[in-house]
Each structure stands twice: as C-alpha cells, then as structure tokens.
Design a protein around this ligand. Structure first.
Ligand SMILES: C[S@@+](CC[C@H](N)C(=O)[O-])C[C@H]1O[C@@H](n2cnc3c(N)ncnc32)[C@H](O)[C@@H]1O
Length: 254
C-alpha cells in the first residue's frame, strides 16, 4: 500500500499552516517535557523513529537531547513545516505511510507514535501493520511506545450521538462515534477574533488497550509497561488515556 492508498485523512497545506498555533497547548513545556523525558529515557543513545512526526513537536526537542531521530509523516506540508525547524541532516523525515514505509538509519532502540496518531489510520489491518512496521524497525530489546486516548464511549447516555471534549469561548469540539465499526469523527467549530466561525473535522478508528496488546502480539512485541500518561501515573479504570510500552524480545532476529 502506498501513502496515497492509506485510509488516513491527508493533512493539507492549511492544516499544516495552522497546526503549531492551534496545538499551542500541546507545545507547552508542562505537557511536552514529561513526554520527551519519558521517551529519552527509553531511547538511551538511540536512534529513535517517530511515526506521524508532524511538524516535529516531540521529535525536535528529543533530537535536541542528542538522540538521533528520524520521522515518517504522511503529509508533505506537515513534513515541510518540520523542515523549516531543523535541516534534513539533523532530523531526516520520510513522507509516507507509517503502516508501510521503511526508512534507513536503524535498527532503532525506540519507535513511537504520540497524541492518538495511530487512530488516524482507519482500518484494523493497517493498524496491525503499524505495529508490524514498528517491530521491523526495532533492534532486539527495543521499544514501541504509543500515547492514545481511551474512547469516550462510557460518556454516552442512551440515545446521545456526540461527546463534547472542549466547549470554550473560541472552540467547540465534539466526537461522534459509530460503535459497529469503531469509526469516529472529531468535529471542531472555531471562532476567529473577527467572529468568523470555521468548521473542520478529522476521522479516526478508535482502539482499546486490549486490542493494542493483541496487535502488538501479532507483531511479536510484549507489553512491558502501561501508565495513564507521561508523568507515569498509574493506569486505572478511570484513566482517559494511556502510554503503553511494548518490547521486542532481546535476541530476536532483525
Ligand atoms: C495529531 S498530529 C501529531 C503530529 C506530531 N506527532 C505531534 O505530536 O504533534 C497527527 C499526524 O499524523 C499524521 N498521519 C496521519 N496518518 C498517517 C499515516 N498513515 N502515516 C504517517 N503519518 C500519518 C498526520 O499527517 C499528522 O501530521
């Protein structure tokens, strides 16, 4: 399957232009530093590979710690925004599908996909291929890390069709789900300072932690750790997200 055959939405020039500003909260040191600390510790001397690297929110500060980082990104405009931050020789980025693209620079001690991005791949088969592709790029003993939200299905009273996740002055965001297919859509209504309202939507396939573990198992990876977030808080019944670490067994052939 090539990038153009991916089930993922293809992020556009407009998406890329607005990304860092709209995601400003996710660039805040209080959010970003614990993620980079967590990943740096697992990567050791590296190298590390980020799937769906975007504009380099995590990869750029990880590379600044002296860890060689490579990225795979489906959207050329997103990759181009990263390129404006760091040159190719400091952070190589390959435009392609994280389910199928093979990159040089490995084997990697760490492969990771953050901020729910595995959900952008919208079929179960392709999500399994994301795990398999991670495993292919890992050195024996290397780790695959995912940051993923827990689907908000418990918040659906009978008959309700949407779950709001942000209702603020400038943004109304809510998710709709189809529970028969595990497909969902995030809807965003944004109000500009001049009062203009714009609408945007992104599609995803939601996965539970147990399904992730089965995908990891199909890829030959073993669950090593699951916590609720980058700060290492315990994963519980009420957790709304998880950071999971699977390991490629030491001594495995490449
Ligand atoms: C929420 S952004 C995350 C970007 C970055 N990792 C971050 O944390 O800021 C999701 C990214 O996933 C990318 N993406 C979606 N489907 C993909 C695929 N199949 N392969 C590679 N990248 C993909 C999008 O183009 C977008 O850049």
């Amino acid at each position: 399957m090539t990038a153009t055959e991916s089930s993922s939405d293809l992020w556009t020039e407009d998406d890329a232009e607005q990304y860092d500003e709209l995601a400003a909260d996710m660039f805040a040191p209080g959010v970003l530093d614990p993620a980079v600390d967590f990943l740096a510790e697992l990567a050791g001397p590296g190298p590390a590979l980020e799937f769906a690297v975007g504009t380099g929110r995590v990869a750029v500060p990880l590379a600044a710690r002296g860890i060689p980082v490579t990225g795979i990104e489906l959207s050329a405009p997103m990759a181009e925004r990263l390129r404006r931050k760091l040159p190719e020789d400091q952070l190589p980025v390959f435009v392609g599908d994280m389910a199928t693209t093979t990159v040089p620079g490995g084997p990697f001690s760490l492969v990771y996909v953050v901020w729910n991005s595995i959900g952008n791949v919208r079929t179960q088969d392709e999500q399994v291929e994301v795990f398999r592709n991670a495993a292919r790029h890992l050195a024996p003993g290397g780790r695959f890390v995912i940051e993923l939200w827990i689907p908000g299905i418990r918040r659906f009273p009978p008959g309700q069709a949407a779950v709001p996740f942000d209702v603020s002055e400038r943004h109304v965001g809510f998710d709709t789900y189809d529970m028969t297919t595990q497909q969902g859509t995030s809807h965003h209504y944004r109000t500009a300072p001049d009062g203009t309202v714009t609408y945007g939507a992104s599609n995803f396939r939601y996965i539970w932690p147990a399904e992730c573990d089965l995908m990891a198992r199909l890829a030959g990876l073993t669950l090593e750790r699951r916590v609720a977030g980058w700060d290492g808080a315990p994963f519980t019944n009420d957790s709304e997200s998880h950071v999971s670490v699977w390991r490629k067994p030491p001594g495995t052939d490449q």
